[in-house]
Ligand binder design. Sequence first.
Ligand code: AKB
Length: 321
Amino acid sequence: MINKILVTGSSGQIGSELVMALRGIYGSENVIASDKCPNAPEKIKKSGPFEQLDVLDKEAIAALIDKHQINAIVHLAAILSAVGEKNPMLAWNININGMLNVLELSREKNIKRVLIPSSIAAFGPSTPVDNTPQETVLKPTTMYGITKVAGELLADYYVAKYGMDVRGLRYPGIISNETLPGGGTTDYAVAIYYDAVKFGKYECFLSENTMLPMMYMPDCLKATIDLFQADKSTLKHFSDFNVGAFSVTPKLMAESIRKYIPDFEITYKPDFRQAIADSWPNSIDDSCAREEWGWKPSFDLDLMTKDMLEVIGNKHKQGHI
Ligand code: AKB
């Protein structure tokens, strides 16, 4: 039975919300949040255990596993695409060596289940762009993508060679209103909502028709937890599930925002992140996730826009942003 979960990278965009969701299911004391940065969000620190942890420090991870009698790990600590292109060796080191520390310790200490996300960044310019299949060409052109492909292969290797239970899903761009994303190419899709509320305008670092797969945080949490809890016997894949929700361009997102903020203005000033976005798919075929563990998203673009603007609008009124 899974009853003590360690989450790495718990102060990040996904971690800060996933920890709270997992604590709701498994009990606050049973979900150990950890992050390299000692300043965890207040709600994480107040609601349960938090430990400072650098995933490159294998001994420190081992000590935490022993201290808390961890038997499952959700490994979120990673460098994202844009930061990874600015510092490729940092991305390689954290994403590969950090992951190997988690996989090796999981093997040594008989950790029952490990979840390590991958990303649409595992795909590259030679991958079919529309309705990208589960099994397809994986030749990414970013260091982040290279680490994600290697990560998927490593995870499957540990499953096949050691009979371990390692799972993962290829996140699209994740949009949320609690913790800002850190250093990705899809970050515009969060910033646009904050700037729409605060300034009524946004300058986008991708061009207007750049189509990318995206997902709202409630669906991201659902996908992650559903895969984490899925009955192993139903899984044919392990570490590389495509998961989709909707696809969107900056222009379509601006139109969705104008339904609520009619004067919203968007301008475009593509930077180095355009080349990254251009190497990723437009849309994702997630039929394997649907068949093997019942994946089904709840939010489309307009439903998400309504919720994002409500939540961020309230934060703005209360002077929090
Ligand atoms: C990024 O933009 O780097 C991430 C991702 C798609 O994995 N959000």
